[in-house]
Write a protein that binds this ligand. Structure first.
Ligand code: AMP
Ligand code: MG
Length: 501
C-alpha cells in the first residue's frame, strides 16, 4: 500500500456528491441488501474537475448502460456525481498479506456503486478505485494516480483478450488533483467491472470475531452469485470451497500458460469468482525463468512466477480454515473436506496446464509422454533464456519452414522427440493450430512503461491507446506493429514493479 501524508479527513462529508444526482444506471444492490456487516455505506466527496481519460465503449455496450455524455461519465466514474440509484459502500475484508494475517482490511480507496446485470444476464460490480478516503483508509490518502490506473486498464484488457477471467476497466478518469507518492503525480480514478469483489479475505473477515454472523449468509450469497448450479445442495460451504478450488486452479494455470506474474497474491487479492483482480506489481515474463520476481516489495520471492501454483493452494487452505466450522460438525471431517478441495485444485490446475501446453505445442490428442515433452521444452527454454511468448511462435515457424526453429544440440534432441510425437500431420496444420493459441502480442513491460510515461509525463495518451488496441488481437499478426512483438531492449531493466494505485 502506498501512503502519502495523512489524508485530510476532517470534512469528508462536506459537499457530498449525492447533493446532485446523475440519471439512474440500472443498479441493483444484492450485496448491500444481503450482507449487512460486510460494508459501510459511504458518501464520497468527489472531485471538482474530473475529465475522462478512457471509456471502454464495448464494455459499456455489454453492460447495457444508458448513454452518458463524456462530462457526466467523468463525474459519475470519479464519484463526483452519483447516479440516482447508486448506493456507494466500502467493503470490509481481512487477508493474509505476504503470509501475515491482517484481521481488518477494506476498501480504503474504493467504493462499490452497485451491480449491473449485463446483456448476457451476468451480475457485475461497478466499483471505483481511487475515489477518496473511507473509514478503511487508515494512513492512506484514498487516492490513485494516472499511471497505476492505466496499468490496471492495460493489464485487464490484455488478460481479457487472452481469454483469461479478469476484472476490467470500464473507465479511467483524471481527477485534476495532485496525488503525492515519491513525487507529485496526476490523480485518477479507475471504474472497475468485476463478477464481484468477494475475496478469500472477505470470508476470513466474516469468520473472524468482527464478522458477527455474516459467514453463513456470505457463503450462500457467493455460491448463488457465482456458482448457481452448485447452490441448493444443503452443503453450501463445501460446494463453495470446491468451486473456488476449481476456478482458481484453472485461473492460475491460465496465468502460467501466458507467463503472467500477479505479484501480490494475498488472500484479499484472490477472488471467489475466479477472476484475476488487483493489477498492481504484476508483469509478463520475458526470458523463461520460474524464479522471476518483478515486485519491489517481494523480497523473498514469495510470489515468484513459479510459486504461484503453490501460493494458490496456500490461499485455498486459508479459505478452508475460514470455513472450517461450516464444513462438517466434526473437525476431522471438516479437515477432510479441505483436503478434498486442495485435491480438486491440484487436479484442475495440472489438467488445465498440461492441456494448455499440449495446445501451445500443437499436440493433437493425448499421449503418455506429453508431460515429459512439455518439461523438456520448459527446461530447454529456461537454460537458453528463451522469451516465453516468442519461443512458441518460433517453434511453429520452424514447422512451417520445415527446419527446426533453433539449432543448438539440446533443442535438436528435444525436437526429434517432438517431431515423433507430432507424427505425420503436415507442419502447416500444426503451426496454424499453435498460432491460434500462442499470443504474439502481450503487455510487455517496456511497452507498458512507455505508455504510462507518455501519459503521465507528457499527457500523451497515444502510446497507451495504441498498446490497448494491439492487445485486442493477441494472436493474429498485425502488419506494421512488429515492435510490439519484441522483448525489451537490453537498455531496459532490470525491471521492478510497484504496488498500489
Ligand atoms: P491492494 O494493494 O490494492 O491490494 O490494497 C491493500 C489494502 O490497502 C486495501 O485495504 C486498500 O484499500 C489499502 N490501500 C492501498 N492504497 C491505499 C491508499 N492510497 N489509501 C487508502 N488505502 C489504501
Ligand atoms: Mg487488493
Amino acid at each position: 500500500m502506498e501512503t502519502s501524508a495523512p489524508a485530510d479527513t476532517g470534512d469528508l462529508t462536506e459537499q457530498p456528491a449525492s447533493a446532485r444526482r446523475a440519471p439512474a444506471l440500472g443498479f441493483e444492490h444484492t450485496f448491500a441488501e444481503r450482507l449487512e456487516g460486510l460494508f459501510v455505506a459511504w458518501e464520497p466527496r468527489g472531485f471538482a474537475e474530473p475529465s475522462l481519460i478512457e471509456l471502454n465503449r464495448s464494455l459499456w455496450v455489454e453492460l447495457g448502460l444508458p448513454d452518458l455524455d463524456d462530462d457526466t461519465a467523468a463525474r459519475v466514474f470519479s464519484a463526483s456525481l452519483l447516479p440516482e440509484d447508486a448506493r456507494p459502500v466500502a467493503q470490509v475484508y481481512a487477508g493474509h498479506q505476504f503470509g501475515g494475517f491482517s484481521p481488518q482490511l477494506g476498501d480504503g480507496r474504493a467504493l462499490l456503486l452497485g451491480e449491473i446485470v449485463d446483456r448476457h444476464g451476468r451480475r457485475r460490480d461497478i466499483h471505483l478505485k481511487g475515489s477518496g478516503p473511507t473509514p478503511f483508509s487508515r494512513g492512506g490518502d484514498g487516492k490513485a494516480s494516472v499511471g497505476p490506473v492505466l496499468r490496471e486498464t492495460i493489464m485487464g484488457e490484455a488478460m481479457h483478450h487472452l481469454g483469461i477471467p479478469t476484472t476490467r476497466a470500464l473507465a479511467a478518469v483524471a481527477t485534476g488533483e495532485v496525488v503525492y507518492r515519491d513525487r507529485p503525480l496526476p490523480g485518477a480514478v479507475l471504474a472497475r467491472v468485476a463478477a464481484s469483489h468477494l475475496r478469500v479475505g472477505t470470508l476470513q473477515f466474516a469468520a473472524g470475531p468482527n464478522g458477527r454472523g455474516s459467514l453463513e449468509p456470505l457463503v450462500s450469497y457467493a455460491l448463488e452469485r457465482h456458482y448457481p448450479d452448485r447452490a441448493g445442495t444443503g452443503a453450501p460451504a463445501r460446494e463453495l470451497l470446491h468451486a473456488v478450488a476449481d476456478a482458481q486452479g484453472r485461473l492460475i494455470a491460465q496465468w502460467m500458460l501466458v507467463g503472467f506474474i500477479h505479484g501480490v497474491m494475498n488472500t484479499d487479492n484472490m477472488t471467489l469468482s475466479g477472476e484475476t483482480i488487483d493489477y498492481g506489481p504484476c508483469a509478463f515474463l520475458e526470458a523463461y525463468d520460474p524464479s522471476t520476481v518483478f515486485s519491489s516489495i517481494d523480497h523473498r520471492g514469495r510470489y515468484a512466477f513459479g510459486n504461484q501454483p503453490s501460493i494458490g493452494q496456500w490461499n485455498l487452505l486459508r479459505m478452508g480454515e475460514a470455513l472450517l466450522s461450516l464444513l462438517a460438525p466434526d473437525r476431522d471431517q471438516a479437515i477432510e473436506h479441505v483436503r478434498g478441495a486442495l485435491a480438486v485444485y491440484l487436479e484442475r490446475f495440472e489438467g488445465t496446464l498440461l492441456d494448455g501446453f499440449r495446445r501451445k505445442l500443437g499436440l493433437a490428442g493425448e499421449a503418455p509422454e506429453d508431460a515429459a515433452l512439455v518439461s523438456g521444452w520448459l527446461e530447454w527454454m529456461q537454460s537458453s533464456k528463451q522469451d516465453f511468448t516468442l519461443a512458441f511462435r518460433r517453434l511453429a515457424q520452424g514447422l512451417l519452414d520445415g527446419t527446426p526453429a533453433f539449432d543448438d544440440d539440446a533443442f535438436l534432441a528435444w525436437h526429434e522427440q517432438y517431431r515423433a510425437r507430432l507424427g505425420n500431420e503436415p507442419g502447416v496444420a500444426v503451426a496454424a493450430r499453435m498460432n491460434a493459441v500462442n499470443p504474439l502480442y502481450i503487455a510487455r513491460n517496456h511497452l507498458v512503461e512507455e505508455a504510462l510515461a507518455a501519459a503521465v509525463d507528457e499527457r500523451d495518451l497515444t502510446p497507451f491507446r495504441a498498446l490497448v488496441e494491439v492487445l485486442q488481437n493477441p494472436y493474429r499478426e498485425q502488419p506494421g506493429r512488429e515492435r510490439y512483438t519484441e522483448p525489451a531492449p537490453s537498455t531496459f531493466g532490470p525491471y521492478v514493479t510497484f504496488c498500489g494505485t
